[in-house]
Design a protein around this ligand. Structure first.
Ligand SMILES: NC(=O)CC[C@H](N)C(=O)O
Length: 192
């Protein structure tokens, strides 16, 4: 499976490394034409406002919506999760508006800017190590969105069909199981 990592800003190399460690092929994506050859796309963490701005500038909003419309899987991590959401608390405008959920940015406050924890994730046997950095939370989801994990009662991993989102950075650990999970989604979609 060939998985692209949107390379406008943020943690790109780490996702490529994790995809390869999980048995896929990872490539950096800088132009919309490059989407055509992919089986799946990762939108990395970084700064959602910056990623959103650059996506608009280079035509990625329409191109990724079309990619999603073809049923191709997309995985948004941290800022990438914010970019996928239909609604962002306190902001007029969202970005891709592909996942039917409301998210809150920087939801853990200054006291806990970054931390690590082990999360139970539906579909993965043992707890997964998760790194949270100025992380967002999923505040509300539509009934079509499946909650895959919570941290202290708040939603931090969710899936809506071919779309996957995590509040944290799974690419900053040596635990590649969430990338393997996403590769399995891409395989499934390719067979349809
Ligand atoms: N690590 C991250 O991706 C942080 C996300 C960032 N706080 C935002 O709002 O976009």
């Amino acid at each position: 499976m060939k998985i692209g990592v949107l390379a406008l800003q943020g943690a790109v190399a780490e996702h490529i490394r994790s995809i390869e460690a999980a048995g896929g092929e990872g490539v950096a994506v800088k132009r919309i034409e490059e989407l055509q050859e992919l089986d799946g796309l990762i939108i990395p963490g970084g700064e959602s406002t910056t990623i959103g701005k650059l996506m608009r500038k280079y035509g990625f909003i329409d191109a990724i919506r079309e990619f999603s419309g073809q049923g191709k899987p997309i995985f948004g991590t941290c800022a990438g999760l914010i970019v996928l959401a239909n609604r962002i608390e306190g902001q007029e405008e969202a970005h891709l508006q592909l996942m039917d959920m409301t998210v809150a940015r920087n939801a853990f406050g200054r006291q806990r800017e970054s931390f690590e924890t082990d999360l139970d994730i539906k579909g993965i046997d043992e707890p997964v190590r998760a790194v949270f950095i100025r992380a967002p939370l999923i505040k509300e989801v539509a009934p079509t969105v499946e909650v895959l994990s919570e941290y202290k009662g708040e939603i931090v991993t969710a899936r809506q069909g071919h779309l996957l989102a995590s509040s944290y950075h799974p690419e900053l650990t040596d635990d590649y199981r969430l990338h393997a999970y996403f590769l399995a989604m891409a395989k499934e979609a390719a067979q349809e």
